[in-house]
Design a protein around this ligand. Structure first.
Ligand code: NAP
Ligand code: MG
Length: 407
């Protein structure tokens, strides 16, 4: 029996729903608790507990991340009308992720977990591409009007001290639609800093792209803020680390991403990030269970989670007594990334080392032992894989981990 690693400060643990909740407990029991004397402040975000607490538990969990700096989150149900019926809920509670992001004001970084078994659909790609998505403003908080006849419209800005600025759209000669969107300097600055910081921490170049040639006020402001933060706060550290910051037009960037060999962070405005994170993840690894998702806030708050949902379809089989082959890799990486961050903040090299070994043990199981879950087998390019149930997959990882941790 190995001596368990001691922790100083706790991580904030947010439990979730359905198949991911089941896998969460297996991962903890078999891969974390035997090795780490876990200090965790536990919040149960099970949909029924959110309902019981009128969603207060979600707010409390987000506030706890502000207190302790590091959160690890399981996937959770975002209730819709069907779910309200299924669980007899008081209402369609908002998405916990949206609530937590709003409180922490973060940028979400999504990266593929690269394994040799799965070749990227783009044959040039050799190193991961991390998409950093700004999670504030733009069309996600915009307004729109659908108009029925010819007319005109203008945008009026009125400052708190009563000054006004107006801009007119061209005259409308028939029915149509219009939209207004906004962003705030403070949030764009936070997005820029989080992106530069993440790139520096992970020793990757940073790419940023907008359409400032067309959007001469809105996108131009993003470009300006990124540039000034780079010049004033990051340029010397980037140069010391041999890294670069590259600004492109968004259409040019897309072409360059496809031609590149990867190995950079691609900072995307909110909508671009929505679209391109799904594009990159599907083209890279083809399954959301091989993706990490990390949120970093301007204040340094950190939250790791799996990029996928609660894997409901598998859960319904599981509760009927069938065995399932759901992939716990992204959940395992949510734990390793969170523990690694905790270890770095608290100067606990053993905890960092453990997290890195658990990641290696997981990748070794897939790549070398060729023991995989169903979703990987479906897209694998390497013959001879052995498809196993979730628990067997976790046991195989445990075997590799035991060997790696042997003193
Ligand atoms: P999902 O849980 O991501 O699953 C969609 C499909 O993707 C699954 O049916 C499965 O395909 C495959 N899949 C996803 N994760 C997998 C894994 N770990 N291992 C193997 N296969 C995996 O999305 P959903 O079914 O649309 O959503 C279910 C619930 O999750 C919803 O209530 C939604 O609100 C919630 N959700 C939560 C989050 C979050 O907390 N971050 C994100 C998205 C969705 P096959 O069935 O073909 O095997
Ligand atoms: Mg999307």
């Amino acid at each position: 029996m190995v001596k368990r690693i001691e922790m100083k400060n706790p991580v904030v643990e947010m439990d979730g729903d359905e198949m991911t909740r089941v896998m969460w407990s297996w991962v903890k029991e078999k891969l974390i608790l035997p090795f780490v004397d876990l200090k965790a402040e536990y919040y149960d975000l099970h949909v029924l507990n959110r309902d019981r607490t009128n969603d207060q538990v979600t707010y409390q969990a987000a506030e706890a991340v502000k207190r302790w700096g590091v959160g690890i989150k399981c996937a959770t149900i975002t209730p819709n009308a069907e779910r309200v019926k299924e669980f007899n809920l008081k209402k369609e509670w908002p998405s916990p992720n949206a609530t937590i992001r709003k409180i922490l004001d973060g940028t979400v970084f999504r990266a593929p977990i690269v394994v040799k078994n799965v070749m990227p659909a783009v044959r040039f790609w050799k190193k991961p591409i991390v998409v950093a998505r700004h999670a504030f403003g733009d069309i996600y908080d915009g307004v729109g009007i659908r108009f029925q006849r010819a007319g005109e419209a203008e945008v009026i800005y009125r400052s708190d001290d009563g000054k006004e600025e107006r801009v007119k759209f061209p005259r409308f000669n028939g029915p149509g639609v219009l939209q207004g969107i906004y962003n705030l300097d403070r949030s764009i600055e936070g997005f820029a800093r989080a992106s530069f910081r993440y790139a520096l921490m992970n020793k990757l170049d940073l790419w940023f792209a907008t359409k400032d040639t067309i959007s001469k006020v809105y996108d131009a402001r993003f470009k300006e803020i990124f540039n000034s933060i780079y010049q004033n706060e990051f340029k010397s550290d980037f140069e010391k680390a041999g890294l670069s910051y590259n600004y492109y037009l968004i259409d040019d960037a897309v072409a360059r991403v496809v031609r590149s060999e990867g190995g950079f962070v691609w900072a995307c405005k909110n909508y671009d990030g929505d679209v391109f994170s799904d594009f990159v993840s599907t083209a890279y690894v083809g399954t959301l269970a091989l993706m990490t998702s990390e949120l970093m806030s301007p204040e340094g708050y950190y939250l790791s989670e799996a990029a996928h949902g609660t894997v409901q379809r598998h859960y319904y089989k599981y509760i009927k007594g069938e065995r399932v082959s759901s992939n716990p890799t992204a959940l395992i990486f949510a734990w390793t990334r969170g523990l690694k961050r905790r270890g770095e903040l608290d100067s606990l090299p053993d905890l960092v080392d453990f997290a890195e070994k658990l990641e290696k043990a997981t990748i070794k199981t897939i790549e070398e032992d060729k023991i995989v879950t169903q979703d990987i087998a479906r897209i694998s390019d390497i013959p001879g894989s052995r498809v196993v149930y979730t628990e067997e997959f976790i046991d195989a990882i445990r075997k590799n981990l035991d060997i790696m941790l042997k003193p």
